[in-house]
Design a binder for this molecule. Structure first.
Ligand SMILES: Cc1ncc(COP(=O)(O)O)c(C=O)c1O
Length: 458
């Protein structure tokens, strides 16, 4: 069986410790590195300095650690070509932008370039200008926000929805607030839950129990061990985006019924893409009415930016009234919200993009398999290729970009556990069969060059 992996609680804390927990808060101060003869002290102000702390050295060491482990992150300088996704321009080297094909975007359905979305954003910009004018408390609810919240509530069959500035913020703000409102609440969290859910759980300050990934027997054991009268919340994802597997939603909801627990699902990698209207796996599996809170992003399949939760009127009113991550931040630009509104409305009545994505993912998996490339067992639109080493994963990614004009970034720890580093492809409706054949050929050539083993062709 493939290793299942993403943001484990331990991986998260390890990554945090490795990178920032020892880092003091930054304050502008004189350059302490320039006077080697003063043992790190600045000779200009050494007289009244009692500490020999060298902040630059601490930051350097933090970055060096990442280089040593081969997981220093490099972000590509890119512009996508509207009307021609997944084609883009890459600004590497000195010879001007170079054409590339993007294989790892989370704009899964290419809605970021959909004519209806672009037109809606243009219209909103010209109608109401750029920003929202502040928090919802100060700037008010723009009419776009209200319309989108109604549309999202309807998408999930819930009474209400609430917008946030990102999916990350919606998870963090909602989970932390919800658990604080429930006295003595215990959160039961899948071990592979996303960093934003882990942050929300941590920020709630409540007790947590971690259940093995998608393991309902383990979840049952943990639920049964607690006082029946203590509030409980089960937090999990529908599609786990690094492996591409899916949660057993009904089985988890059965346990929630039995032990009187609330349910919270992150549908970030499913909304827009699954269900007849894009309501996610909970719509596809006819389970939305069994889940108390459904969380999603507006920045992936819907192609723009933002996040939300959908739930009962009462729960949404509580989050709206108590969550600092909602209250104390400028609300999304109405231009973005108008774009999302067009996207959600379109995907509610069109399955063309969803069908195209599923067909593309199936075709790419088959091509990888036929060529003996180590494609992992994903049951969804995610196509992960196991490499198992951070340096090699980066090298393959670099060669693909420099020599083949293919962009797919390496996925390293802490996003996945060490030893399971991989390349993660997200083919969509705009990737053609010809592109897939070229990609597969390039990968096989690189596999040969790096003397990596190919499996027997399927
Ligand atoms: C499972 C999951 N939840 C939440 C988020 C955060 O969503 P957003 O990118 O909108 O902040 C991500 C981001 O990749 C994610 O993978």
């Amino acid at each position: 069986m493939q290793a299942r992996c993403k943001h484990t609680e331990s991986a998260e804390s390890e990554a945090f410790n490795a990178s920032s927990s020892q880092t003091p808060r930054f304050k502008p101060r004189p350059d302490l590195t320039k006077s080697a003869d003063t043992d790190g002290r600045d000779s200009d102000c050494g007289a009244d300095r009692t500490s020999t702390l060298n902040y630059d050295q601490i930051f350097d060491q933090a970055i060096d650690r990442l280089h040593t482990e081969g997981r220093y992150r490099v972000f590509i300088d890119i512009l996508r070509n509207k009307g021609a996704f997944p084609n883009a321009r890459c600004f590497a080297g000195h010879n001007g932008p170079k054409p590339i094909t993007v294989w790892c975007s989370n704009d899964y359905l290419a809605m970021g370039q959909h004519p209806k979305v672009v037109a809606a954003m243009e219209e909103a910009l010209h109608d109401v200008g750029a920003g929202s004018g502040g928090t919802r408390n100060i700037g008010g609810n723009t009419h776009y926000h209200i319309q989108l919240e109604q549309e999202l509530a309807d998408l999930h069959g819930k009474e209400s929805a609430l917008l946030f500035t990102s999916g990350y913020v919606s998870n963090d703000a909602t989970l932390s607030t919800l658990a604080k409102l429930l006295p003595g609440c215990i959160i039961f969290s899948d071990e592979l839950n996303h960093a934003s859910m882990i942050a929300g759980i941590r920020n709630s300050g409540c007790e947590k129990r971690i259940f093995r990934h998608n393991d309902v027997d383990h979840l049952r054991e943990l639920l049964a061990a607690e006082d029946p009268d203590v509030p409980k919340l089960i937090a999990f994802e529908s599609v786990y985006s690094m492996d591409g597997d899916v949660a057993p939603i009904h089985a988890i909801c059965d346990l929630a019924d039995e032990f009187n627990a609330l349910t919270y699902i992150d549908e970030v990698h499913a909304v827009g893409m699954y269900g007849d209207h894009g309501g996610g796996i909970s719509e596809r599996d006819d389970a939305a009415d069994r889940i108390d809170l459904i969380e999603g992003t507006l920045g992936k399949a819907f192609g723009v930016m933002g996040g939300y939760v959908a739930a009962s009127k009462k729960v949404i009113d509580c989050i709206r009234s108590y969550a600092p991550g909602f209250i104390f931040t400028t609300s999304l630009s109405p231009v973005l919200v108008a774009g999302v509104l067009a996207s959600v409305r379109h995907l509610k009545q069109s399955s063309v993009e969803r069908d195209g994505q599923q067909a593309a993912a199936a075709m790419l998996k088959q091509k990888f398999r036929d060529s003996g490339l180590p494609v992992m067992d994903s049951t969804t639109h995610i196509v992960p290729l196991m490499v198992g080493d951070p340096v090699r994963a980066k090298k393959i990614s670099d060669i693909l970009l420099a020599e083949y004009g293919v962009y797919v970034q390496p996925i390293n720890f802490p996003t996945v556990p060490r030893g399971t580093e991989r390349l993660r492809f997200t083919p969509g409706p705009a990737h053609t069969e010809e592109m897939m054949s070229e990609l597969t050929k390039a990968l096989v050539e690189i596999w040969d060059r790096l003397e990596l083993e190919l499996a027997q062709a399927a």
